[in-house]
Write a protein that binds this ligand. Structure first.
Ligand SMILES: Cc1ncc(COP(=O)(O)O)c(C=O)c1O
Length: 424
């Protein structure tokens, strides 16, 4: 018999109504859909707060939320209320964080190719830290300093040459990487020396992010060890170990917790003679399993002996991860969340692409019909944020649920939004 959906993949405050309907944060799925339509992202606010609190405890010297995972004003405000700063990778992410009321001093600016405009924005707005990624960026910072006379507080990003054993598109810590300064070939050392001696830079530490969706604690150990040795060698007081902690997407997957990750990193740094400030910037592990996406089934096409395609009203515009990385997800019917899933399906979207697949090998309850509400869990990270308007599809709405109430935080796009930047 096929398995039910695992509770470990669902937002913490998921339950089942008497008639079998899934409820999120105390709100029934069908009520959410009546009010907000589909496709719909539903985030469990208390679930996110709990993960933030765990992260703040695991990294008491400071932890930033990697806003690329999912960003809007509501989430920026929420993570900041819980004591986190924000990692922003572009001027756009910085803008939204600032508009939400997060002070600039609590932002860290990333990017392997920051523009002059972005660096100037950081200086003008008083962004707390900049993570330096290249020698050209040091040139740009020095050029900027000639007019602003304001030094930038910075970390140097190093690539420690550690294999993260995850998808190649999200590994970043290996020698062959576009990010940061390589440790093995001496570039990292040169960059640190140059930043230390520059009047334009107030160098406070080092940064490394070895990749995303990492399940092997050994990679975190190795990377931290390299960072600790470098920081000790150059007498730098702060280390940011990046993000990257993996989360389960499928019933049979499991991962270490944020607390365990913190322990692993601190065990390594505590073995050093130097007293180091250890910070981190998780994204996925804060928000991924806090959210589900609800779709309406539009067509069911059975090709006997081949497969059954189930098409929903979303697709690669609300979740490009399967098309980009071949990522897998689970599926279930909202009206019978606790029932076993005996039917094999391929869940597809509405785009003009055969690659528009949301779940390649999905399990679903046997009595699925057109018009059903179908749910994919663990869509809180790199779903809405990586989404697009491909085929001029409108981006879905996002709601936060808590204590039996829902609030709209991003409205569904309207047709007129598609012409916002069209000036012809
Ligand atoms: C520099 C940096 N920090 C943090 C993160 C967050 O990673 P994750 O969402 O896997 O925790 C990323 C993601 O790519 C990143 O590039």
């Amino acid at each position: 018999m096929a398995e039910r959906i695992s509770r470990a993949l669902l937002p913490d405050n998921t339950s089942v109504a008497d008639d079998g309907m899934a409820t999120f944060g105390g709100v029934r799925t069908d009520d959410l859909v009546t009010q907000f339509g589909t496709p719909l992202f539903v985030y469990d606010e208390d679930h996110i707060r709990k993960r933030c609190q765990e992260a703040v405890k695991a990294f008491p010297d400071g932890v930033s939320y990697a806003s690329k995972a999912f960003l809007c004003k509501a989430i920026a405000k929420l993570v900041h209320e819980e004591g986190m700063g924000l990692d922003v990778a572009t001027i756009g992410e910085a803008y939204i964080a600032l508009q939400s009321g997060v002070p600039a001093s609590d932002l860290t600016l990333h990017g392997n190719n920051k523009s002059m405009e972005e660096l100037r924005y950081a200086v003008d707005n008083g962004i707390g830290k900049v993570v330096i990624d290249s020698f050209d960026e040091i040139d740009k910072i020095e050029h900027l300093y000639a007019t602003t006379r304001k030094p930038i507080k910075a970390l140097v990003r190093v690539t420690p040459g550690v294999e993260a054993y995850t998808h190649k598109y999200v590994t970043t810590g290996q020698v062959d990487s576009k990010f940061g300064f390589t440790v093995q070939n001496g570039q990292a050392g040169k960059a640190i020396e140059r930043a230390k001696s520059s009047g334009a830079i107030d160098l406070i530490g080092l940064h490394a992010h070895i990749g995303s969706q990492i399940f092997t604690s050994d990679s975190f150990r190795k990377s931290t060890d390299i960072l600790v040795n470098l920081a000790e060698h150059f007498g730098l007081p702060e280390l940011c170990v990046g993000g990257g902690l993996g989360v389960p997407y499928l019933n049979d997957e499991s991962s270490i917790s944020i607390s365990e990750w913190g322990r692993i990193v601190h065990d390594i740094s505590n073995s050093s003679s130097a007293t180091l400030k250890i910070t981190s910037e998780p994204g996925r592990s804060i928000v991924a399993s806090s959210a589900v996406t609800i779709y309406t089934v539009g067509t069911i096409k059975e090709i006997e002996g081949v497969r059954t395609y189930v098409a929903v009203d979303g697709g690669m515009h609300d979740n490009p991860r399967p098309a980009l990385y071949g990522s897998d997800y689970e599926t279930f019917l909202a009206r019978s969340i606790n029932e076993p899933r005996e039917q094999k399906i391929t869940l597809v979207g509405k785009h003009c692409e055969s690659g528009d697949v949301l779940v390649k090998e999905g399990d679903i309850q046997d009595d699925l019909v057109v018009g059903d509400l179908l749910v994919t869990p663990v869509t809180g990270a790199y779903g809405h944020s990586m989404g697009s308007n491909y085929n001029k599809v409108l981006r879905p709405a996002v709601v936060f649920v808590q204590g039996g109430k829902s609030r709209l935080v991003l409205r569904r796009e309207e047709l007129s939004d598609l012409l916002n930047s069209d000036v012809a």
